[in-house]
Design a protein around this ligand. Sequence first.
Ligand code: MN
Length: 312
Amino acid sequence: MSNEVIQLSSAQIKEVVSHYGNQRIERNAPGVVFAAKLQDTSITAYKSGKVLFQGGGATREAMRWGTAQEKTGTKVNATKGDTLPEAFALKSVLGSDETGKGDFFGPMTVAACFVPADKIDLIQFLGVKDSKMLTDDLMRKMAPDLKHSLTYSILVLGNEKYNTVQAKGWSQGKITALLHNQALKHVLTKIDPTKPDYILIDQFAERGIYFNHIKTEKEIIRENVLFSTKAEQLHVSVAAASILARVAFLEEMDKLSQKAGVTIPKGAGPKVDEVAAKILLAKGEDFLTSITKKHFANTGKAMTIARKKKNY
Ligand code: MN
């Protein structure tokens, strides 16, 4: 079974609705605006403009709209990176993705996940799709099933270690690359390493930069490695990895919230500065550093807020 996701404009969604109008089916899932069932393909259109094609005819039907879009000049599902082999979504792939790079509080997490061709259906059945379409709570619920069904590796780089290597001059790109290489290596030691047809990394750096970052590593996973942005749309292994990395991050954030005695926010916005200032005043600078990425501008902002508060 194949799976294609494309992004369409609302005008194009209207065209989809009229094109498949005769095969329309009722589907009361959240966010679904239209669903149809052809003999070999199910089509689901979401409020977000994403359209999911599933089944033997998925690629054929998705292509129909891909071509239409090329004509109108809007690019579908624009990904950057390697050109993937044909029917890539149906291959046995080891995928990897990370979370936490943009969050002041909490670790960086990377997950790698192997989905053999014969488990693609199962993983889709478990609800794995583009993680941007899933809520945190849904991902938390799905993670145990994924862990049970797949061979994976999850790496959590805690803040103390992160701050140490960052202070040594390692860029976030280098840290990310090292973690991906590690996670991929771990999975390859747990499975027959000839089993994945390909390895797909959700691209955060160009190929040359990635391999430069990890060039001094003893073991470098290089064979059949492909890079693409938005890779979670291209193979469920990356979508599953993305979910596992995200859930590991959320679980760490839960622990840190416990430790800090306050719910720790994600991201790096003004709310984060406020909470960081509160923690700073209550528990001191060393504690704050132990649960944050120190080099972020939030550190300075939190200190400014805390200083002002103390003077009141
Ligand atoms: Mn990513």
